[in-house]
Ligand binder design. Structure first.
Ligand SMILES: [Cu+2]
Length: 263
């Protein structure tokens, strides 16, 4: 019986490893400047965790078998082994702190890196259950907004039309266009609850929090249409909160924006 249980544990380990190495239901191909570094960091973490997981589960199966029920065997009381415990905690701590420090570089590139002057600005405002995108227009300045002006149908982010800077602002719903190979500077906001702006192809995911303007940064290297998902359970229709990122050439982007400005 003990051997059967041990073999079952090892079989589950093998199946889990096969699921990961086979990359079933894996990420879509990445298209961003930071995507490669993100994937490298992700894979490194996965490999380190996998080694720990396999070692622990193989040992678990071994102990299940080694200390199986045998006639005449008596249980022994033990206080444990302080040295082994301290060593395990230290190894785990050092491993994860090191991984976190390595990951900081990638994270800084996505959030805090200085951007060139000509970066394209987009303000993302999440709400239950949609994405609003605002572009500053030719003046490069976002106009003022006010909560009291918010109207879900007519003025979803509450743009104040009395502010001259807001007259050329463009607001779109669930579709965000960006030019390819250009730095995109994001400002992420939420109107109601916590959402999470997730573009799997960019390997970009950031919570949007009411009351905060969270900066973000990416550069898409390939044209096409990609999924934007909400990665935070935000209410009953969370599953419907889907948008599209359209990466296009500079000319196509200018034309797209102009078309929306006239509308
Ligand atoms: Cu959401």
């Amino acid at each position: 019986m003990a051997l059967a249980l041990a073999i079952l544990i090892w079989a589950i380990v093998l199946a889990s490893v096969a699921l990961f190495t086979g990359e079933f239901g894996w990420f879509p191909p990445q298209i961003s400047e930071h995507g490669e570094a993100m994937d490298a960091q992700f894979n490194l973490t996965l490999i380190v965790v996998a080694i720990g997981f396999i070692l622990a589960q193989v040992a678990l199966g071994y102990y299940v078998w080694r200390y199986r029920d045998r006639s005449g065997a008596r249980a022994v009381y033990t206080h444990g082994n302080a040295k082994v415990e301290v060593a395990t905690v230290l190894i785990t701590a050092v491993t994860f702190v090191t991984l976190a420090i390595i990951g900081q570089r990638v994270w800084i590139g996505l959030h805090l890196e200085d951007m060139p002057e000509d970066a394209v600005q987009v303000e993302v405002t999440a709400q239950q259950f949609a994405w609003n995108f605002r572009y500053p227009g030719p003046d490069g300045k976002f106009g003022k907004t006010a909560t009291r002006l918010i109207n879900d149908q007519l003025n979803p982010v509450g743009v104040d039309s009395r502010d001259p800077a807001s007259s050329d602002d463009v607001v779109t719903l669930n579709r965000m266009a960006v030019p390819v190979n250009r730095d995109i500077r994001l400002t992420l906001r939420s109107k109601d609850v916590t959402h999470s702006f997730f573009v799997p192809a960019l390997r970009f995911k950031q919570d949007t929090t009411p009351g905060l303007a969270v900066p973000g940064h990416f550069k898409a290297l390939k044209t096409g249409e990609y999924e934007i998902a909400c990665a935070e359970l935000c209410g009953l229709q969370h599953y419907k909160m889907k948008g599209f990122l359209m990466v296009m050439s500079d000319q196509e982007f200018e034309a797209w924006l102009k078309e929306r400005a006239e509308f």
